[in-house]
Design a protein around this ligand. Sequence first.
Ligand code: SAM
Length: 436
Amino acid sequence: MEPAVASDCEDMAGGMIAAKRYRAARRLLMGQEVLTRNGHALLGRAYLGMKDYEPALHHLGVAAEMDPDDLETLIHLARACTASGRPHTAIRMLERVTATRPDHAEACEALAGAYRRDARYADAIQLVKAAEAAEVRTGQLLYEEAMCLHALGEAAGALVVWDKLLDLDGGLAAGWFQSHAAALQVVSLDEALRRLRRAAECHGANGKYWAFLAAYAIFVGDEEEAAAIAAGPLAARPHHSALIDGVRALLPHLSADFRLFGCSGHLLRHAVAAAGQAGLVLEFGVRRGTSTTHIAEAAGQPVHGFDSFEGLPEGWGSQPQGSFTTELELPPVPANVTLHAGWFEDTLAPFLAGHPGPVRFVNIDCDIYSSARTVLTGLADRLRPGSILVFDEYIGNQTWHEHEYKAFQEFVAEHGTRYEYFAACPFTRQVAVRIL
Ligand SMILES: C[S@@+](CC[C@H](N)C(=O)[O-])C[C@H]1O[C@@H](n2cnc3c(N)ncnc32)[C@H](O)[C@@H]1O
């Protein structure tokens, strides 16, 4: 039966949203001739649940404008900003709330998530500690803390927090999945696989967990297991095969000393240590300086970091142009790092003119084809046998073969370069390459 008055309709829509029936809630609310403030707020939340961010921002924005004191709507609006790649806007909104309400659990959760999306991992961890001091402890805050510790390279600390969270909620598929990477780094591959299997067995598990299980099986040569997963749980989920295809593309070039990693910072430090040839240490894609710090600490020499600090110059998959911007703010970095702000197209050639010699190590973390191509073309005559390259986002995402992978494959074909992969981190889609 159709509810006759707005408040009945809104009550029903609220119930549907609580039950995650977002499409049904949207249909119901769209049937209303005129939306009240609460109707806009609910419709915005329904769109947010459907991951349809532009209408979510519109309706939540209208509701927030009609009543700026409605904290719940403001928090949903901030979440929509974060999810749609605008974490800075969310941070500005939420910091105002937590400044006066440090004990507001939902505001703290949303702000920690926005800091994480903005790669401000230390700020997120500090916020979780402050919330704990105000006696606010939630599973979501533990989740954010573990994610941020892992992103900073603190795999052991992250694993401790994951296990606290999994003690509270043993059915949390995402917790088992995320923790497998920390376990791979600091415990063993077997422990990582155990956690992945737990993730895959959880109610509503994501098909990508099976793709990870198959990918690790391929790396260790267990083709029987990989085939069983492909013919079984992955058969109905072909869109999860990107990671498997990427791993297969690496196989012909695996080195004898190849190692699997679960954490970006650990892979970077290993790759820098493997770079024995004297020369330049470079990074393309600095953002907030997370990877830069690992490289600088491991390198023991000057490091040069290049970034526009304006984000991606073009869209990349579902990430719009400008994603990962720091709004031109340069991050704090160790004393041996020099930052070169600007587009690679403008900064690389003048830098090379003033810095002769080969490349010892380069981290290419700029995601898109054109940027990776600019870097590789610019460095072509500086890469020598023994030079080490790390690529982030090399394999595993849906468009992996169109970006950094494609740029490197074109480069090796054009220059007749021989190379091998001596490390990979499927979780962060990184590979480390040695030029032969
Ligand atoms: C994923 S982020 C780098 C993340 C960083 N390595 C870390 O550890 O967090 C990619 C960065 O590449 C930069 N970028 C991409 N293409 C660029 C180009 N052509 N010129 C300058 N910067 C670029 C973006 O500004 C962005 O900060």
